[in-house]
Design a protein. Sequence first.
Length: 132
Amino acid sequence: MVDRNSNDSLESMLTEGFIVGDSDGSWCEVFPLYSTSKLSVGRDGNNDIVISDVRCSREHCVFRKLHGNWYVCDLGSSNGTFVNGNRIERLQLIRPGDRIKVASQNLLYAATVIDPKEIIADFATSRADSTF
């Protein structure tokens, strides 16, 4: 899990953004990107985001900051990583509002969170329109 460093300012937290995850149908898990340049996703317990689904590889994908932008990179998983319903081959730039699907887990890249309930509610209502 990514921990907050006491030197991190509110401005830096809001500038870097967040990965918001679905937990039992509620958009409530928030993984901040302000204190890291990499966030790993997979079935293995050593990942920052652990997905307990056999369709998820032990090391499935990684969110990585490169040249000031955030990307998601599939690590050669069998079942793929999807951005806005499209399977990615390797490295994919992500933008605020992009939806990432890893096995049964839905994730959202949010650039800023001013009111988490507002972001979560907005994403929950658009969820039915997704092509996952």
